[in-house]
Design a protein around this ligand. Sequence first.
Ligand SMILES: Cc1cc2nc3c(=O)[nH]c(=O)nc-3n(C[C@H](O)[C@H](O)[C@H](O)COP(=O)(O)OP(=O)(O)OC[C@H]3O[C@@H](n4cnc5c(N)ncnc54)[C@H](O)[C@@H]3O)c2cc1C
Length: 478
Amino acid sequence: MSVLPAGIPAEAIRAAGEKSKPLPPGTNVSMFRPRDIYGVVRPRTVTEVRAIVRAFAEDEGGPRLQAVSTGRNWGLGSREPARDEVVTLELGALDAVRDLDVEGGWAVIEPGVTQLRLAELLTGTGRMLNVTASSGHTSVLGNMIDRGVGLRRQRTLDLAGLEVVLPDGELIRVGWWPHGERPGAVNPQGLGPSPLALFTQSDLGIITAGVVRLLPRPEAQRVLRLGFGRDRLPEAIDELRRWTAQGLVSGVLKVYDTVSTRSYGGHGDEYVTHLCVDGTERSVEALTRVIEEEAARSGLFTRVLRSDEQPPAPDDLVARAVERLYAGDPSRNETMLRSAVGQEAEQVDAKGGGWLFFLPLIPFTGSAVAHSQDLLAQVHAETGIQPGSTINALDPDVIDLVVSFRFPRTESDAARAHRALDRTYELFAEAGFHPYRLDSEHHHWVDRLDADPAARAFVRRLKQTLDPRQVIAPGRYA
Ligand SMILES: Cc1cc2nc3c(=O)[nH]c(=O)nc-3n(C[C@H](O)[C@H](O)[C@H](O)COP(=O)(O)OP(=O)(O)OC[C@H]3O[C@@H](n4cnc5c(N)ncnc54)[C@H](O)[C@@H]3O)c2cc1C
């Protein structure tokens, strides 16, 4: 007998296990332990989502719901939940772009809308999407809900409003939503305490739509690539920080170390900085000149290449993709993905090469970045696994350090890579460099890392109040 509660529309049921008999285990590119999943449900409308949630609310003691959008959270567990005994609620079939206002700078989209699709809709307009370096076939909302990072800024800054099905089936809209004929100006915080942030990295509701902000498209754009050696790392980072703080840089400045450059299919035997300059034709000209002069004066960089004069070589997949990404175009991401995991998006979890992420925030200072590199060298020395890292400057104070681990997909290699990841969590936590996203295997770190246990207890009280019957399974941040 199926474990799924009565009341779920039959057309939405993709797979159903039996009592005490989960579905055959799934695969994920990180080779984290697959959880016991008892069913997969794929609604096509918001009405169906509400019916499913209500059915689970009325059913006591069975598996709980876990939502994914496109489920491509590669490196962090893909579509695996944090706990056993769940039914996966796939929201990829809700894929409408409900509304798009180029002038106002927002779009109302559902979870199945991919970044490639929304970016294409904006081609030739005065707006662009803040896209990530992951596949074009990943969900815009899925990434935002997990607080991902795009080439322009953190994705949460693009989030204006969410439509949420609460654990009792009620539908609410939090944050900002266009008001009919006169949409008004975007105000994500609204009036009073803002519930918007409650539903990112959250198990308090199921997201069925969101309002996404669209960035003004610059009139002109150029990407500069600057190289420097490990011996100049602290000074070069401090110099790049100075340029960022003084407004010379647009979007997220990126620095790839050599391992990371190679992993994603780039060129270079040193650290490579990708720095976007945008604005009007004349401001881009002027800023380029200023940066070239500053770079020469500093004496820290081995070369400064301009995308207009020295375009990346055809086989420099990283530089070619990054240049387009700053312009809101993810169409070259699939080549980087193939280089990283050896497969197309559809096949990453089944057949891709092993891949793990560790994602800490660290201060934007030369000494902090140098320390992070020393810690990764220690992980390499202790475990034999060499992590790659990409420095993503989110603002003049904060770096999102993307640490990646590649490994052949065998049990013993996975065990070694997981040991390296565990060690990285430990070493970085000791150094005060805490992750801002967790993978499905390290959800318990939420208690180790939160500064104030009373604040965690408060969030758990909210969960108990909103979801006393645990309709939604506790997530990676519970
Ligand atoms: C080569 C490579 C490059 C990458 N580059 C980036 C990058 O630049 N930036 C970045 O941030 N990530 C990056 N990633 C990681 C990852 O692929 C992306 O973050 C991706 O967007 C996440 O998958 P998704 O969009 O399918 O979201 P999903 O997997 O669908 O969702 C992520 C999580 O959000 C929650 N969630 C999703 N939908 C809902 C919903 N409707 N209701 C409630 N909760 C929900 C769930 O907890 C879910 O596990 C990269 C990965 C690889 C392999």
